[in-house]
Structures are given as C-alpha cells and as structure tokens.
Design a binder for this molecule. Structure first.
Ligand SMILES: [Zn+2]
Length: 448
C-alpha cells in the first residue's frame, strides 16, 4: 500500500521535472519573441509604451501557457515493454500513428530511438487527446524532451541535468559479493576493479573474502538529481578487512612517477613480487564455484589454487618474467609456465586460449593478460588452476609475501603523509556525519 503510494509520488515527481523542462522551453521561446519585438518601434517614448504593452501581453501569454501546461495537460507514465519500440510506447499510450511518427522524426540528430531499453520510463503529455510532449532519461544525467511547438510540429532537445560533486565514502559489509555490494552503493566497475587489483597481491579473492567482511572506498563522484552516479573521478582510498585483519591503501603519485600507486599508512607499496589472485578478483565470490578440486580434491598431489570463473575471464601474469612453456600439457590442458627472478615460477592451467604472442621466450610484465579461463585438460568445470613453484617444488602462495614495490622515503614520504592526512580527514568527516545522523535519529525516536 505505502510502497505503491511512494511509487506514485516518485512518478509524479518525475512528471513534474519533465513539465518543468517543457515550461522552461516555453519561457525561452516567449523571451526570444519579446526581444525581437523591441527593435520594431519608432521614438523612445513610443518604444517604451509599446514595450510596456508587449510586456503585459507576454506576461499574459506566459501565464496562459503555464496554466495550460499545468491544468489541461494530462501526464502519462509508460514503461518500455520487452522488444517494444519508442513508437510502440507512444501509440500504446494513446498517440496516433502520425503523432508518434512526428515526435520520433523530431529526435533525429538528438537521440537514436534504438537506444531505448525495456523497463525504461517515458513520460507523455496529452492535451485534448492530442500528444503535446514526450520526455525520458537518455542516460544518467541527461533527459530528452520532444515538445509540440506553436506551429504544431515537434521540436526535440537533450537537456543535461546539473550534477553534484562529492567525495564519496563507502564503508560496508560484503553481502552476496564485494562487487554487487559496492555497485549497489554507488561505486562503478572502475573503483571495484582497482580495489581488486591493488589487493590481488596478497588476497585470495575466492577464499579469503567472505560475507560479513568489511570494505571501504573513498572516491570522487558526480551524481544526478536521482542519485545515479554519472561519472567518477580519482579513487583515493581502499580498505579491506578479512579474517586476516584490516589493510588500508592510499593512492599516491610519487615524485617522478607517471602513475598513481597504492601505499599502506607507512608508505610501503601494495605491490608484491607475485600475485595471489592472478585474475580479476572483483567478480569472484567465495560462494561461487568449488572449494575442492573438481577431480582430485585437496590431496597431497594438489598444491595449486583453483579459481572458478566464467570461460573467457582474462588471466594475468602474476609477476614479471619469461614464458618457458605455452601449449597443451596433458591433464593441465592449455598451459603456461613463467619463470620469475630468484628461482620462482608460476603455472596456469586449463585455459580456453592463449593471449597473442605467448610462446617460450616471451617476456611478460606483472598484470599482463596471458590467456583466458577455460575447461581444457582434466577439468570438470571452467576454472584457472594456478601454481607457484620455487626451485621446481610447488609452494603455497599464502607463504609468499615478498615485497616488490618500493617504500617511500625522504621528501616522497613527507608528501605522502600530507596526502594521507587529507584522505583520513575526508574519511573522518564522513564517519562523524553518519554518526551525527544516527544520533539525531536515535534522539528523535527516543523523544516522548
Ligand atoms: Zn587445480
């Protein structure tokens, strides 16, 4: 009951926004006509008199237009059905075929009607059963309106909504997956992928991240009047708290560097010699896929790590090195082995295909795509089988914590500390706002 009421309210609000746009375009038209009229007069006095009369007339016309817009027009909210075209929506709402075609033709050069999506809402305005306007969201932050002009034809334009900037601060528990939770709170693919990549060195995203773990993001965000994230700017801070404890990283562009990198609160780089999750971890979730090897189970024979992921998911080189083997390899299916420094090697099995140029002798950089998840060899489901070897012996990647990135020192560390304090202030400001709101809420609830 109340949900339905809220929905109606929201629809009414959307309708009003569209009306506001139509009214604004009417006012603009009148203002232009009025200015054009000013230059037609004779003497200054005559001109002033004419101006006064015209202003009065314009006011009356404006008032009439507004009254008409608000009183005589009926608004109709439609949702685009599956496989339905924009013309289909207009005629279903009661517009004639000719009107629908005229409105559609006016969109030419403003909006491609094939971009309309099922479920999208479209506002229509009618006066005396005649279609007078169409308005819909073309993308987050922009609306398209097609209004009937006084001449009777339709004129369309796209209006950009004013955007609001904020330093967004998300601090939440992982629900079904880190990815879906962060998306639902206003982050985009970009921030989540950056978080996963920064933590890929020492977090096993398939097993270490559980429901109830906490994460935090601070990033620049622009949002529209409906709260949709239109675009995001710099990502400033990321944090992940698992059973292994909390880890915080700050974004910082070190003097002389061309790229921003991640550092802990002591100015130590997040980078490690090898990755623990050599795949985009953001979309992996502990609930998805296997905890046991699909064929061998966790036996003494199996010291690798399996990441269940859809076929075609990119696989990354865990560290800088040279490919020593790339091709089919018995039960491992399509297989790549990379030699790194200090006697370390990594191996990747069951790939659907290799990235271009992968052959024995190819040099690869850490994070470079070397192939794609598959189901080749002795495997019962799409997954990446990943091994870390030291002098030919498999080792558990969890024991591998060799730092690789640099530690900030001297002037770089001083500059980093200033940036870290700025970011911590942003985090605290947000935290105290939330606390204040919670306290006020509690006080209001508790008051007699
Ligand atoms: Zn395996």
């Amino acid at each position: 009951m109340s949900a339905e009421f809220t929905q109606r309210l929201m629809k009414a609000r959307k309708g009003l926004t569209a009306f506001g746009l139509m009214a604004a375009s009417l006012v603009l038209g009148l203002a232009l006509a009025w200015n054009a009229g000013l230059f037609g007069g004779g003497s200054a006095a005559e001109a002033a008199e004419t101006a006064a009369v015209r202003e009065e007339a314009a006011r009356r016309a404006e008032h009439l237009a507004f009254t008409e817009a608000y009183l005589d027009h009926t608004a109709r909210e439609m949702r685009v059905g599956n496989g339905e075209t924009l013309v289909g929506v207009l005629t279903r709402a009661g517009a004639s075929r000719a009107e629908a075609n005229a409105a559609l033709a006016s969109l030419n050069g403003v909006y491609d009607p094939r971009r309309i999506r099922p479920g999208q809402s479209v506002s229509l305005f009618f006066s005396d059963a005649q279609l007078t306007g169409v308005a819909f969201r073309s993308e987050p932050g922009a609306s398209v309106t097609a209004n009937r002009t006084t001449a009777g034809a339709f004129a369309a334009r796209e209006v950009l909504m004013p955007l609001t900037f904020e330093n967004a601060h998300i601090s939440a528990e992982v629900e079904t997956s880190l990815y879906s939770t962060a998306l639902s709170l206003g982050a985009t693919d970009r921030e989540i992928a950056a978080l996963a990549s920064a933590f890929s060195y020492d977090v096993d995203f398939q097993r270490d991240v559980q429901t109830g773990d906490r994460f935090e993001l601070v990033f620049e965000r622009y949002y529209d009047d409906e709260g949709n994230t239109v675009r995001t700017g710099d990502l400033l801070f990321i944090s992940l708290e698992t059973r292994q404890g909390p880890r915080n990283f700050y974004a910082f562009l070190a003097p002389g560097d061309s790229q921003v990198d991640w550092y802990d609160s002591d100015g130590k780089s997040a980078r490690r010699f090898l990755m623990r999750t050599p795949i985009n971890g953001a979309r992996l979730s502990s609930g998805f896929g296997m905890r046991r090897h699909p064929i061998l189970g966790y036996s003494r024979m199996h010291r690798g790590t399996d990441f269940a992921a859809p076929i075609g998911t990119p696989i990354l080189a865990a560290g800088d090195g040279t490919v020593v083997r790339a091709g089919p390899f018995g039960a491992f299916g399509n297989y790549i082995r990379i030699r790194h420094a200090n006697g370390y090697e990594t191996a990747y099995a069951h790939m659907s295909r290799f990235a271009r140029g992968m052959r024995s002798g190819t040099r690869v950089r850490q994070g470079q795509v070397i192939g794609y998840v598959g189901n080749t060899g002795r495997s019962t489901g799409p997954h990446l089988h990943y091994e870390v070897l030291r002098r030919g012996q498999q080792i558990n990647p969890i024991n591998l914590r060799v730092a690789n990135g640099r530690n900030l020192e001297g002037r770089a560390l001083e500059l980093f500390n200033i940036e870290r304090m700025r970011i911590d202030t942003l985090r605290r400001a947000r935290a105290s706002e939330t606390t204040e709101a919670a306290l006020q809420g509690a006080a209001a609830a508790g008051s007699p």
